[in-house]
Structure formats: C-alpha cells, structure tokens
Write a protein that binds this ligand. Structure first.
Ligand SMILES: [Zn+2]
Length: 79
C-alpha cells in the first residue's frame, strides 16, 4: 500500500476515558476528563494526579451570568 501515515484509530468514548492533548508548539498538555473538565498542565505528573482525582477540582469553571436585567432606561429630564 502507500507509505503514508496511517489514519488515527477512532477515538474512544465513555465514562472513564481521559484525553490528553499535546498543545502543539508548547510544552503544555491539555487534559480532558470524561466529565468534560479541561485543564492545561506543564507537568504530566500533576496532570494525571488531577485526572485521577476526579471529581476533585473538576467543577466546571464558573461563568459569570450575564446581568439579568438591562440597565434602567433613562428618562429624559424634565424641561
Ligand atoms: Zn472529571
């Protein structure tokens, strides 16, 4: 067959699948937990400790809710 690079196998899914991405061009690794949490690490040991400590520290990042009400409309000052 051709001498090209073989295709990557299909990515597994499931409740106990962790993914680690090498961030191209850096020394960093991005860990993705099966719960959806992501975190960037430079030290693979810390990365695995974080992944295996699930769910400790895996809360989704708190996204500040947008202000529920718009600022009150200003009424024109009386003449
Ligand atoms: Zn998790």
């Amino acid at each position: 067959m051709s001498g090209g690079i073989p295709e990557a196998p299909p990515v597994l899914g499931g409740d106990r699948v962790y993914r680690i991405h090498w961030v191209l061009g850096t020394d960093r690794l991005r860990a993705v937990c099966h719960c959806g949490s992501e975190r960037i690490f430079e030290d693979p040991v810390e990365l695995w400790e974080w992944l295996l400590a699930h769910p400790d520290g895996h809360e989704p990042a708190a996204v500040p809710a947008p202000s529920p009400e718009p600022a009150p409309a200003r009424e024109p000052a009386p003449a």
